[in-house]
Ligand binder design. Structure first.
Ligand SMILES: [Zn+2]
Length: 467
């Protein structure tokens, strides 16, 4: 079965291939840099990462992926004014923190990260073009999109807004009520607010226009994939479509992919419930970033994810099991024996892994394929039945797994010993043992343990791993 995704626009699962030249032109909605991103945000960003990796691995596609950084909006302006900082100074700190958090979670960078404030003239030009086509009207210096001019409004959220086009306007960038309002394209500045001078008069762009304009500028009039969190379907993505398609007369994106909500301990995250966590909050409690990544990736993106601390612990256990298995493959001695059945079993696990991810990124099923294989072959190893010739294919399966999930290599702790330094210590300990210096040997073992390095003496020699 070929690679396929569930397309929000059509409500169908559809085969995916890029429209042109084997390159996927993809736009994903990025962070609004007004505070630290929370784990709900990182669910979407982890989904983008898995999507990127699988597009490359499954289809052999090249990627041209653009993500925006929203560095001007209501909340940013409010906070920057309150802290008496320029927008640039205020947002720089949170943009930096966001990118650090992405690195911590091993999220690949899109090919282009684009800041809204660096594209104001292009946005003003697009709004002027919409005005020329009579999609806009002005009120008190602000410019609004007239949604009654765009009869297809509602096609992404599959809502019928036909009875609600009363010319009601909304000034804020985000609004939750499921009624259609003429939304703001260009906002006149209020007293004390920062603004740009353009041909449209003083002001700043609304949130929605930035994505349409930057997506078209960098990726062309029709994208292959536009992705985001499910909360962006309405109004944000509906508005992006209205703007982009009014500008170009072409479909804005062929595929629309949306990741579901994240709950924390079964509840919606909120500051008042005390279940609101940034990535930094969680890591400060001693959890490994790989466990967070694993948990966020393990539930298929179209299912709600319940983030619990028990779940995080079992994610860590799952990773540990795979690391131990890999270490066993790399260090144990296996018999030379008939291998056809094991090789066929390995091929089956690999096929299941690939087929699961091709099926709309079913990560849970892909993981199940790997774990079932690990369980069976561990049992064979215990019984001395796992053949030496099956080691390389088993490691290749793990490598395939890790090129998507990327959790096997432990994150080095600050000041941690390098692999070479650990090997050197182990060699020193072997020399001490040979010289019957058992106190010295024990001391080295303890020193390594203090650094989180666990030694295991096996009949095949010393194995080590990081805790
Ligand atoms: Zn967007």
């Amino acid at each position: 079965m070929p690679l396929r995704f569930s397309n929000t626009l059509t409500h169908q699962v559809e085969e995916f291939a890029p429209a042109r030249e084997n390159t996927v032109r993809m736009y994903t909605c990025g962070p609004t840099v007004y505070s630290f991103a929370h784990i709900g945000n990182f669910r979407s960003f982890t989904f983008y990462d898995i999507l990127r990796r699988w597009l490359r691995l499954s289809g052999g596609f090249k990627l041209d992926h653009v993500m925006n950084i929203t560095d001007v909006d209501d909340k940013i302006i409010r906070n920057a004014v309150a802290e008496k900082k320029s927008l640039a100074d205020y947002t720089a700190e949170y943009e930096k923190a966001f990118l650090e958090d992405c690195d911590t979670l091993r999220l690949e960078r899109p090919e282009k990260l684009v800041r809204a404030t660096e594209h104001i003239p292009e946005m003003a030009a697009a709004i002027q073009k919409l005005a020329d086509k009579t999609y806009t009207y002005e009120n008190e210096g602000s410019i609004y999109y007239r949604i009654s001019k765009f009869p297809e409004y509602g096609k992404l959220s599959h809502s019928d807004f036909s009875g609600m086009r009363s010319g009601a306007r909304v000034d804020v960038d985000e609004y939750e009520k499921a009624d259609a309002r003429d939304f703001v394209l260009w906002k006149a500045p209020k007293e004390g607010e920062p603004f740009w001078n353009t041909g449209l008069g003083p002001g700043r762009p609304g949130w929605h226009i930035e994505c349409s304009v930057m997506a078209i500028q960098y990726l062309g009039e029709t994208l292959d994939i536009h992705a985001g969190g499910i909360d962006l379907i309405f109004p944000h993505h509906e508005n992006e479509i209205a703007q982009a398609e009014a500008l170009t007369g072409k479909p804005f994106s062929r595929f629309w992919l949306h990741s579901e909500f994240l709950l924390v301990e079964g509840q919606k995250m909120s500051k008042s419930l005390g279940n609101f966590f940034t990535l930094r909050d969680i890591l400060a409690q001693g959890y490994q970033p790989e466990a967070v990544r694993y948990l966020l990736a393990s539930v298929p993106y179209r299912k709600a994810l319940n983030f619990t601390f028990d779940g995080l612990k079992s994610a860590a256990t799952s990773i540990e099991r795979l690391r131990n298995y890999k270490l066993r493959l790399e260090t144990a001695k296996f018999p030379e024996r008939e291998a056809d059945a094991v090789l066929a079993r390995t091929k089956k696990a690999l096929d299941e892994f690939n087929a699961s991810l091709d099926d709309d990124l079913n990560t849970a099923q892909a993981l199940a394929a790997v774990f079932e294989y690990v369980r069976e072959t561990n049992t064979q190893m215990d019984a001395g039945e796992f053949p030496a010739v099956a080691v390389a294919p088993a490691l290749a399966l793990l490598e395939r797994f890790d090129s998507v999930f990327d959790v096997l290599k432990p994150t080095a702790k600050e000041g941690a010993l390098t692999d070479a330094q650990v090997e050197e210590k182990i060699a020193e300990r072997i020399r001490a043992k040979k010289a019957k210096d058992f106190a010295g040997s024990d001391r080295i073992r303890q020193e390594l343990l203090d650094q989180g390095i666990v030694l295991e003496d096996t009949k095949d020699g010393v194995r080590w791993k990081r805790k």
